[in-house]
Design a protein around this ligand. Structure first.
Ligand SMILES: [Zn+2]
Length: 133
């Protein structure tokens, strides 16, 4: 699932990314179904056009499964040097039984596909990746 938004004139890159991070939990909770409960979700900004995307992991028609980052990148034109990613989240059930969006580190495969500079400062990489913590 991918949702692309047109540029927001007047927003800086940092403001656009902050807005994406605020919208991401609701997008994840709204998109999640029992069959897609293991998906991750990410926001992305095209730094050239100002377009933004919210995306889930999962295969697109005719393609193998992609990470959320790959799906967001494709939706924004496919050029990694023009895209910045927010932190990713996944949806878990809390101890109280409510669904909640929780942060996810950048997976090992995405650490190979994208340098740390594609992510916001403070992004965490999963252990065992090329720049993981
Ligand atoms: Zn990944």
């Amino acid at each position: 699932m991918v949702e692309v938004q047109p540029p927001s004139p007047g927003l800086t890159q940092a403001e656009s990314l902050a807005q994406l991070e605020r919208r991401l939990p609701a997008f994840a909770l709204f998109s999640r179904t029992a069959a897609t409960s293991s998906r991750t979700y990410v926001g992305a900004l095209n730094t050239r056009t100002g377009q933004t995307a919210l995306a889930s992991s999962g295969g697109m028609p005719g393609c193998a499964a992609y990470c959320a980052e790959g799906n967001a990148l494709l939706a924004l034109g496919g050029n990694p040097s023009e895209v910045l990613f927010t932190g990713a989240v996944t949806v878990r059930r809390s101890a109280q039984g409510a669904l909640e969006a929780v942060p996810m580190p950048v997976c090992v495969k995405c650490q190979l596909d994208y340098p740390r500079s594609n992510f916001l400062p403070g992004a965490r990489g999963a252990p065992g990746g090329s720049w993981g913590d």
